[in-house]
Design a protein around this ligand. Structure first.
Ligand SMILES: CC(=O)SCCNC(=O)CCNC(=O)[C@H](O)C(C)(C)COP(=O)(O)OP(=O)(O)OC[C@H]1O[C@@H](n2cnc3c(N)ncnc32)[C@H](O)[C@@H]1OP(=O)(O)O
Ligand SMILES: O=C([O-])CC(=O)C(=O)O
Length: 455
C-alpha cells in the first residue's frame, strides 16, 4: 500500500472507531442489574461452578457462614498435594515431570515399570513429522514463540493420519505425542525467531534418547548443548509446578469449551495455547520481567519503600510501565494468603540469587510482593487479600538459569500441555457432558431496519 493510501485507510479506521464507541458502550451497572456473573465470578469473587473434575484442585479460601475466608494456598494433583509429590521424587533424586504427566493423565501414580514404559513412549513420540520444522517453522517464522506454537499445534492436524478420531486410544496417543513434541517445537521456534528477528546463527538440535523432558529442553535451546544436573532438576521442578491448575483456569477452560463441541484435539489445544499467551494468564511471567526492568530503571533506591510504593502506585494508575494498570505477578483468582508454587519458587530464587550475587534484585521482588496489597488498597480501594502468584518468581529463576525471556511463557505451555490434555480427555469422556454454552444478557433495544437511502 502507498503511504498516501495508508493515511486514508488510517483515517477511515479512526472514524470507524468513533462510530464503534458511539454504539457499543455497555454500562458496567448492567452486571448488577441483571445479576450477570462478570468473569464467571459470583459476587463474593468465588468462581461460578462450571464443571466436575478429578484432575486438579486449587484451594485458596474456605467459605464460612457464606463468607470467603482466606487461607494459605494448596495445589492438588489427582488428590495428591503437590508439595508432597515434589518431596517424593526430589528426595529420591529423580526427575518428576514424566511421573507427574502420568499421574495427571491416568489418575494414578505409575509403578516403576509403568514409569519407564511411559518415558519410553514419550521418547518414541518426540521427533517431529518429516519436514515439519522446515515447512511449518522455518518457512513462516514468528517474532513470538507462543504464536508459532499455537500455529504449529494446529498444523499437526494435517500430519496426523487420524486427526478426528475421538476414541480413547487415539486421544491418548495424541496427548502423549503433543506432550513429547511441544518442547521440540518451542526449541525450534525459538531458534528460528533468533535467526530471523535477532540476526543470530541458526542451530536446530535433535532431542536425545534417554534424556528427561527438562534435560532435552536445556540440551535443545543451548547452542553448546550443555547443562548441569542441578539446572535440569530445577527446570524439572518448575515444569511440575506449572503442569496443572484445575478446570477453571482460562486456558484449561478454553480447551474444555472447544472440546465440548466435539472438535479435534489440535483445535482445542491451540486455543489453550492462545489463552495462556495472555498477559493476565501465563504471559504474565514475561510481563513481570518487563515490569521489573521499568522499576529498576525508575526507582533509584531499591531499598526505599516509599519510592517503590510510589512507582507501584503509578503502575496501578496507568501512569507507568505498560499502562495496563496491572502489577504483574501479583493477585490470583483463587489464592489469597499464598500461592504454594510462588512460595517454593521464591525459596529457590533466594538460594540462586545468593550464589549469583543478585540478592539486591531478589529483595526488590520481595518489596513488590510486600507493598502491593497496601498500594492496591490506597489507589483502588481494593482490600482483597492478594499474594504473589507463580509468575512473580518463575522468571527470576529462569533468568538466573540463563534461560532467555522469550522462552518463559512457552516453558509454561510445555508444562501445562499435560493439564490441557488431561482436561480435554476428561471433557470428551465424561458421561453426560454437554456442549458448554452459557448465556449473555442481550441489552440492545429492538429497532426497525431503515432502507439505505433513508439513513
Ligand atoms: C498463571 C496465572 O494465570 S497466574 C496470574 C497471572 N497474572 C498476573 O500476574 C497479572 C496481574 N494480576 C491480575 O491481573 C489479577 O490478579 C488476576 C487476573 C490474576 C486475577 O484477577 P481477578 O480474579 O479478577 O482478581 P480479583 O477478583 O482479586 O480482582 C479484583 C480487582 O483487583 C484488581 N487486581 C487484582 N490483582 C491486580 C494486580 N496484580 N494489579 C492490578 N490490579 C489488580 C483486579 O483488576 C480487579 O479490579 P476491577 O474490580 O477494577 O476489575
Ligand atoms: O488458575 C488460574 O486462574 C490461573 C492459572 O492457571 C495458574 O495460576 O496457574
Amino acid at each position: 500500500m502507498q503511504n498516501e493510501d495508508k493515511e486514508i485507510a488510517k483515517g477511515f479506521i479512526e472514524s470507524l472507531c468513533g462510530e464503534y464507541r458511539r454504539h457499543n458502550y455497555i454500562d458496567p451497572a448492567f452486571y448488577e442489574t441483571y445479576n450477570v456473573k462478570r468473569g464467571l465470578r459470583n459476587a463474593d469473587g468465588t468462581g461460578v461452578m462450571a464443571g466436575v473434575t478429578q484432575i486438579g484442585n486449587v484451594l485458596g479460601y474456605y467459605v464460612q457462614d457464606g463468607e470467603r475466608v482466606p487461607m494459605p494456598g494448596k495445589l492438588v494433583y489427582r488428590g495428591i498435594d503437590v508439595e508432597e509429590l515434589i518431596d517424593g521424587f526430589m528426595s529420591e533424586g529423580r526427575f518428576g515431570f514424566e511421573e507427574t504427566a502420568y499421574l495427571l493423565l491416568m489418575g494414578s501414580l505409575p509403578t516403576r515399570g509403568q514409569l519407564s514404559a511411559f518415558q519410553q513412549l514419550l521418547s518414541d513420540h518426540r521427533s517431529l513429522p518429516r519436514m515439519f520444522t522446515e515447512d511449518m517453522i522455518l518457512k513462516a517464522p514468528s517474532p513470538d514463540v507462543m504464536n508459532k506454537l499455537a500455529r504449529s499445534v494446529l498444523a499437526l492436524y494435517s500430519y496426523d493420519d487420524d486427526p478426528d478420531d475421538m476414541s480413547l486410544p487415539n486421544q491418548l496417543r495424541q496427548a502423549v505425542q503433543l506432550i513429547a513434541r511441544v518442547p521440540v517445537i518451542v526449541a525450534h521456534a525459538f531458534a528460528v525467531k533468533r535467526h530471523y528477528y535477532d540476526n543470530e546463527s541458526l542451530y536446530l538440535h535433535r532431542p536425545q534418547e534417554g534424556l528427561s523432558v527438562a534435560e532435552n529442553f536445556l540440551y535443545s535451546v543451548r547452542h553448546d548443548n550443555r547443562y548441569t544436573d542441578q539446572e535440569a532438576k530445577l527446570l524439572d521442578l518448575c515444569l511440575v509446578l506449572h503442569a496443572e491448575h484445575g478446570g477453571g483456569n482460562n486456558s484449561a477452560f478454553a480447551c474444555r469449551v472447544l472440546s465440548s463441541s466435539g472438535t479435534d484435539t489440535y483445535s482445542a489445544i491451540a486455543a489453550a495455547v492462545g489463552s495462556l499467551k495472555g498477559p493476565r494468564h501465563g504471559g504474565a511471567n514475561k510481563k513481570v520481567m518487563e515490569m521489573f526492568s521499568h522499576i529498576q530503571e525508575n526507582v533509584h533506591d531499591w531499598k526505599d519503600d516509599d519510592e517503590v510504593r510510589a512507582y507501584l502506585g503509578a503502575l496501578l494508575r496507568k501512569e507507568a510501565g505498560d499502562r495496563s494498570g496491572l502489577i504483574y505477578g501479583m493477585g490470583h483468582a483463587i489464592y489469597t494468603l499464598s500461592d504454594p508454587r510462588a512460595v517454593i519458587l521464591k525459596r529457590f530464587a533466594k538460594k540462586l540469587a545468593a550464589t549469583k550475587g543478585m540478592l539486591d534484585e531478589f529483595e526488590l521482588y520481595e518489596s513488590v510482593e510486600r507493598l502491593t496489597p497496601e498500594v492496591l488498597l490506597s489507589v483502588k480501594g481494593e482490600d482483597k487479600v492478594v499474594c504473589a502468584n507463580v509468575d512473580l518468581f518463575s522468571g527470576m529463576v529462569y533468568k538466573m538459569m540463563g534461560i532467555p525471556q522469550e522462552l518463559y511463557t512457552p516453558l509454561f505451555a510445555v508444562a501445562r500441555m499435560v493439564g490441557w490434555c488431561a482436561h480435554r480427555i476428561e471433557e470428551v469422556y465424561q458421561p453426560g457432558n454437554r456442549i458448554i454454552r452459557p448465556a449473555y444478557k442481550a441489552v440492545a433495544p429492538m429497532r426497525t431496519f431503515i432502507p439505505l437511502d433513508q439513513r
